[in-house]
Design a protein around this ligand. Sequence first.
Ligand code: NAD
Ligand code: ZN
Length: 349
Amino acid sequence: MKETFRISSKTVSCYFDEAFSQLKNLFSDVKIIYVTDENVFRQHADKFQSEKVIVIKAGETFKQQPTVDNIVERLIALKADRQTLLVGVGGGVVTDITGYAASIYMRGVRFGFVPTTILAMVDAAIGGKNGVDVGIYKNLVGCIRQPEFLLYDYTFLQTLPKEEWINGFAEIIKHAAIKDADLFAALQQNRIEDYTSSGKALDELIQQNVKIKMTVVAEDEFEKCDRKLLNFGHTLGHAIENSYLLPHGSAISVGMVAAAVLSQQVNNLPAEDADALQQLLQQYHLPVYQNVEADKIWQVLLMDKKKLGDDIQFILLDQIGKAKVMSLSTAALKLFFDDYFKSGKAVTA
Ligand code: NAD
Ligand code: ZN
């Protein structure tokens, strides 16, 4: 099924539940070069056959400029020109890096994505943020440029490890918590296995989440207002992720629960909504609390990109399905953090 989304002057086509092999027919008039990582390539070699493929090393550690330089060198060797279509096939690391390489090669060639993790399907591949990390600084260098298409071939997910499914569901629950109370209720009725085992349920879920993120991005491509809501759970999440080497989904799960407790205190979020969020995250096997050194987290948080002067912009919930951006003073936030983490009692996992 094809659906198109308009983002500024660009149309992004989404092909849901489509075979990867169809790409050649959809773009029969151009030369396609694929970029993937070694895990995806090894486990889905049959899908690539005799295509031109650039295989990068897997993992966040390789989302760095030298990998982009290698891709550029391979593109030159493969005689890629302005008519070439670059297709990133993989998780968020591959899609972020492919979008970036495509944006700078010959000052920009066409590109599209075949996301192969849940996280990339509902989040990373959508919205046009492309880039790389610089040392420890995540996504420090990059650009915003929309892909031409996203193709969803769910057969890639047959090899996705369970922990990566769980990671992706953290972003799905985030979408529901900030934008869609009905989706939240549907998730409450189900278990992760209901989606891993049913093609139809999964396709529906992915489509709903693509629509949520595309709509937010279409209204605010350059993150001036509503797009900030997608950072729910991420300010604290990123600080924990980097300091305690947690998977991204686990870190933002802990961050969302903390943000919900804070929302109760400063934004009148009903206690039952905060509890419901915590329960739903646990239902999808996500952690809801992490013992951390409050001071260590605080230092990382102060360096967060979202700090503005003396205030920190924080995403808080009004209720399940509705969120807002609130500027909180660093002093007030510090008090909350000290209490929340030092007591270690705010939430019991
Ligand atoms: P990832 O790309 O590292 O994939 C996770 C792991 O799964 C990797 O080891 C990968 O090789 C493997 N894998 C991928 N597909 C597979 C499959 N079908 N079968 C078996 N193994 C498979 O990470 P991710 O979780 O997909 O994405 C995280 C990245 O996305 C981060 O770099 C993050 O910054 C980025 N991101 C970007 C945006 C954005 O707006 N651009 C949004 C969210 C996240
Ligand atoms: Zn995230």
